[in-house]
Design a protein around this ligand. Structure first.
Ligand code: SF4
Length: 247
């Protein structure tokens, strides 16, 4: 893993998903096989494989303090093309520093991660009035998780994280994306832990080799995907959980 400390030029970028996005890191240690964010390499010039490099934006909080004063209050997604709580965040606390500033200015924030490290920042999350936290959970089956995203935290840890956040009064959601084999049955495990669920099919192309290597091709058909999505939507409806299918 090649880790570089860099000084970024900006930190609060416009986004198509929410009003703004903050990416405290370039690159992601989780290195998920299907990750769409690897397109970033085209812009950053990294030659290493995705997941083998991380640039740490050590001036992110300094930039945010200045940029937030120049913009109108709007929603911020943390993050779009990296996990803001990848392992390096335990050392660098870049995400934490940015969240402190966003909470101080009372901006709405949507955190999206796969990591229980988000619980470290419970003090900020409890204090902030407009934060919500999403855990990405693409399958209920940890054996499948190990095939597609071996460097990301186990599924049980993510469910426990959602549970702890939700019980602490923090708004939570689960992002079921991409819908991997074993996503069936996931919704039942989410009941009582989330305020809403988002399901996105996303693009599987980068993970083609995983489906082929493990004989899972039938788990990426339209039939599979629509069947699982219907099941998720039905359980959500029965449990009073808002469910959004964004595909
Ligand atoms: S956690 Fe997100 S950004 Fe990181 S490798 Fe996985 S999909 Fe990509």
């Amino acid at each position: 893993m090649i880790v570089k400390e860099i000084r970024s030029k900006t930190i609060l970028s416009t986004s198509k998903v929410h009003d703004h996005v903050i990416n405290p890191y370039v690159g992601c240690q989780h290195a998920c096989s299907y990750c769409y964010a690897r397109f970033m390499k085209r812009f950053t010039g990294h030659k290493e494989p995705w997941g083998r490099f991380v640039d740490v934006k050590i001036n992110a909080a300094d930039l945010l303090r200045v940029e937030i004063g120049k913009k109108k209050r709007a929603s911020v997604w943390v993050s779009g093309v990296c996990d803001p709580y990848q392992p390096l965040e335990a050392k660098y606390k870049i995400t934490r520093a940015c969240l402190e500033i966003l909470a101080h200015h009372d901006w709405p924030v949507i955190i999206q991660t796969r990591s229980p490290l988000v619980l470290r920042d419970m003090d900020i999350l409890k204090r902030a009035k407009n934060f919500e936290v999403g855990l990405t959970i693409p399958t209920a089956d940890d054996a499948i998780r190990k095939l597609f995203e071996p460097n990301a935290p186990p599924i049980m840890d993510r469910l426990r994280t959602l549970d702890e956040l939700h019980r602490s009064g923090i708004k939570t959601y689960a992002m079921i994306a991409p819908v991997l084999p074993g996503a069936e049955g996931l919704t039942q495990a989410l009941v009582g832990k989330v305020d809403h669920v988002i399901v996105d099919r996303m693009n599987y192309n980068h993970a083609d080799w995983v489906y082929t290597k493990y004989g899972l091709e039938d788990k990426r058909s339209d039939d599979f995907f629509h069947g699982v999505s219907r099941e998720i939507a039905t359980v959500c409806e029965q449990s009073g959980i808002e469910c959004r299918l964004i595909f």
